[in-house]
Design a protein around this ligand. Structure first.
Ligand code: CA
Length: 246
């Protein structure tokens, strides 16, 4: 008898009146049990979602960028799922739903305290899982503010769609990395962006040692901005943007 996800007991087909286009979620499934992963992929796909699957925690930390939501197992071969969650929360606010056989109060509380959006105990009814995915997606949608890819802060305007940055009417000639760095800082609107967040965005890996390289791009960006004090170094944490008024 299948122990974790009992697909056969939940014959599920997308209901014809479900607006699949609007509600579709790009999921990253982090699960080392391939039978469970297969059942999850089949179920969420039948509901109109897209799913990518990884088996290891380290891969989850590299692949989270494409996901709108992560389904996270806790018992993973390379690191504990709670450690994956802790690291992920240093760099991303992507919604995370924990799916675990651990049902002790301590694990659930730790999961939620460390930033999980929901915690489902295996075996999980697939109808319940799909409803929880929808509920978490709805909350995330409400919180996200879609500004059409244009960030404006003081005299700075960053258009991520056009890949264009203008400071006080002056077009900045930035390299790809410098542009990404500036866009990331502008997105946080004066709040500190940690080095881990920057490494994650620019190199796709928050926990790799390319700090020296980051310093080079920072120096390049600062000289092109030609606005001393605009990128503030917050010692031991990261950087924040102090935007001048036009
Ligand atoms: Ca597992």
């Amino acid at each position: 008898m299948p122990r974790l996800v009992e697909l056969s007991s939940y014959p599920w087909a997308p209901s014809p009146d479900l607006n699949v286009e609007d509600d579709a979620v790009q999921l990253l499934i982090v699960e080392d049990d391939h039978a469970v992963a297969r059942a999850l992929i089949d179920a969420v796909s039948a509901a109109g979602h897209q799913a990518e699957h990884v088996s290891r925690g380290a891969d989850a930390l590299l692949k989270h960028h494409n996901a709108q939501m992560i389904l996270l197992d806790l018992g993973l071969p390379d690191m504990d799922g709670l450690e994956v969650l802790r690291k992920l929360r240093q760099i991303s606010e992507v919604p995370v739903v924990i799916l675990s056989a651990r049902n002790d109060e301590r694990s659930v509380v730790r999961g939620l305290r460390q930033g999980a959006d929901d915690f489902l105990v295996k075996p999980i009814g697939l109808a319940v899982l799909l409803a929880r995915i929808d509920a978490v997606a709805r909350r995330a949608k409400v919180q996200s503010n879609d500004n059409g890819g244009v960030l404006i802060a003081g005299g700075l305007r960053v258009d991520t769609g056009k890949h264009e940055a203008i400071l006080n009417g002056r077009h900045l000639q930035l390299t790809a990395k410098e542009f990404e760095l500036l866009a990331l800082l502008a997105q946080h609107d004066g709040a500190v962006v940690t080095r881990e967040q920057i490494l994650d965005r620019l190199w796709g890996d928050a926990f790799v040692a390319v700090s020296r390289s980051l310093d080079v791009h920072l120096t390049g960006l600062r000289s092109k901005l030609a606005a001393p004090g605009m990128i503030v170094n917050v010692r031991g944490v990261g950087y924040r943007l102090e935007t001048p008024n036009p």
